[in-house]
Design a protein around this ligand. Structure first.
Ligand code: PLZ
Length: 462
């Protein structure tokens, strides 16, 4: 319980490592966080929100140290970003070295090896058939935008197909691709055209017994009738949906869609921004069913907390764009690339794929035990270290499909007050999601689960 995240100093200074324990010394948020929140409200746009107004001073492993000296357990990992743990020494060392060497030249002006090395690693890892190539950007939204640009060039077609509950970003094109109006789209239109939405496979809410193949047939019928098979440039899908509620499609859904794309000359684009880099217990979530996308979008977990994103895919599609057609000032920034090389090394050295599977084995039985005690937990789902519970209203002690966003919020608030960072998500806001750093120690995870259990038992009726 009192071990530390990593024996190596991750900072280049002599300060003590952050003990991997939860420890509250004030209420949460404490007085210093509250004072910072006052300053923030005066200077920062109201348009940017925060899940919990606790100001962080330091992070290591799966622990965040706040401005009041509280140590919180991080079950969010900055929304599935620090898969390798906060202040991962391999990331910190490479970043410090790179900052001292050079911070920017712009790859479009004078290139550097780190960008190439990251693309080589992505090409090696991506579950793509045949030769692959990659290009780097800054954010997940940008990666998705560029995947669409590439797909349009490669196919000579316009239409983009996305799904119910999808989340692909906040830029104009990706807002059109994202499903949920509040908070992502409301009042921000008009949105980009040629984006069409098909029904998702959502086992908890679909008719009982609907297979993945049947759900795919339902989606394909909509695409063929409302878009036309020969108009589709790409079908873009999160293999396990993130912001939309950690919706894991029924087995067979993704392979059937990928096969339809192949037969109809459309590109199958896996948005692995949230699911990538060992999060789901595979390097990429598509691998679980052997799906071979044409393009994969990546971001978040690739660089251990620095902003880096990319598209990796079939070389013929990636090369369909004219030279100069893809880019951006900071895309593949050398410091972010150095971080990625450290994070990818950590993913392999620390067997984070195995670690994600161990987290699933440790968490799922406890979540199922809670479900058995509280019918308001309608569903336990997800894979690896991307797990969720969907909170619903009950009728006579039996779960219904009516979302209970207030219940999910109450559980989350109780976790926050006890020093555990939890996030909610879902089209109906009623899903609690768990995304710990994959390096979280078992004892720390158990402590977080104890807190969650207390929160669920008090927030939901038996
Ligand atoms: N695609 C699948 O999960 C980002 C967004 C949080 P950016 N998800 C977290 C918020 O409220 O803004 C995401 C994702 C998937 C694309 C994106 C977009 O990635 O790096 O936030 O642009």
């Amino acid at each position: 319980m009192t071990t530390t995240a990593d024996p190596r100093s991750s900072t280049g200074t002599s300060r003590e490592p952050l003990e991997q324990v939860r420890r509250l010394v004030t209420e949460v948020p404490g007085p210093r966080s509250r004072a910072l929140q006052e300053r923030r409200l005066a200077a920062v746009s109201r348009g940017v929100g925060s899940t919990l107004p606790v100001f962080v001073e330091r992070g290591e492993g799966a622990v965040l140290l706040d401005a009041d000296g509280n140590q919180l357990i991080d079950l969010g990992a900055g929304i599935a970003v620090v898969n390798v743990g906060h202040a991962q020494p391999r990331v910190v060392d490479r970043v410090q070295q790179q900052v001292a060497d050079f911070t920017h030249t712009c790859f479009m002006v004078t290139p550097y090896e780190e960008y190439v090395a990251v693309c080589e690693a992505l090409v090696r890892l991506a579950p793509v058939d045949g030769p692959a190539k990659a290009a780097l950007f800054n954010t997940g939204s940008e990666a998705v935008e560029n995947a669409v640009k590439i797909a349009r060039h490669a196919t000579g077609r316009d239409a983009v197909v996305v799904f119910d509950h999808a989340y692909h970003g906040r830029t104009n094109l990706t807002m059109a691709m994202t499903a949920k109006a509040m908070p992502y789209k409301k009042g921000f239109g008009p949105f980009a055209g040629e984006v069409y939405r098909a029904p998702m496979s959502y086992p908890f809410r679909d008719p009982e017994g609907m297979t993945g193949e049947q759900a795919a047939a339902r989606a394909i019928a909509v695409i063929e009738a409302q878009v036309g098979a020969d108009q589709v440039a790409c079908v873009v899908i999160e293999p396990v949906q993130g912001e939309g509620g950690f919706v894991e499609p029924a087995p067979g859904f993704l392979p059937a869609l990928a096969a339809w794309c192949r037969e109809n000359g459309a590109l199958f684009v896996a948005d692995e921004v949230q699911t990538g880099f060992a999060r789901t217990g595979d390097v990429f979530a598509c691998e679980r069913e052997g799906v071979r996308p044409d393009l994969v979008t990546i971001a978040k977990g690739v660089a251990g907390g620095l902003p880096l994103a990319g598209v990796v895919g079939r070389a013929d599609a990636m090369d369909a764009v004219h030279t100069g057609g893809l880019g951006g000032t900071y895309g593949g920034n050398p410091v972010a690339c150095a971080a990625a090389l450290g994070a990818l090394e950590a993913m392999a050295d620390l067997d984070l794929v195995g670690a994600a599977r161990s987290i699933e084995e440790r968490m799922v039985p406890r979540l199922l035990a809670l479900k058995a005690q509280r019918p308001g937990i309608g569903d336990v789902r997800g894979r690896g270290a991307m797990l969720a519970i969907e909170v619903v209203q009950t009728e006579g002690g039996v779960a219904t499909l009516a979302p209970d966003a207030a219940g999910a919020a109450a559980i989350s608030a109780a976790c926050h007050a006890a020093g555990v960072v939890t996030l909610t998500c879902g089209t109906y806001g009623n899903v609690l999601r768990f995304l710990p750093p994959l390096t979280i120690e078992p004892a720390l995870l158990d402590d977080a689960l104890d807190v969650l259990e207390t929160a669920v038992l008090s927030a939901l009726a038996g």
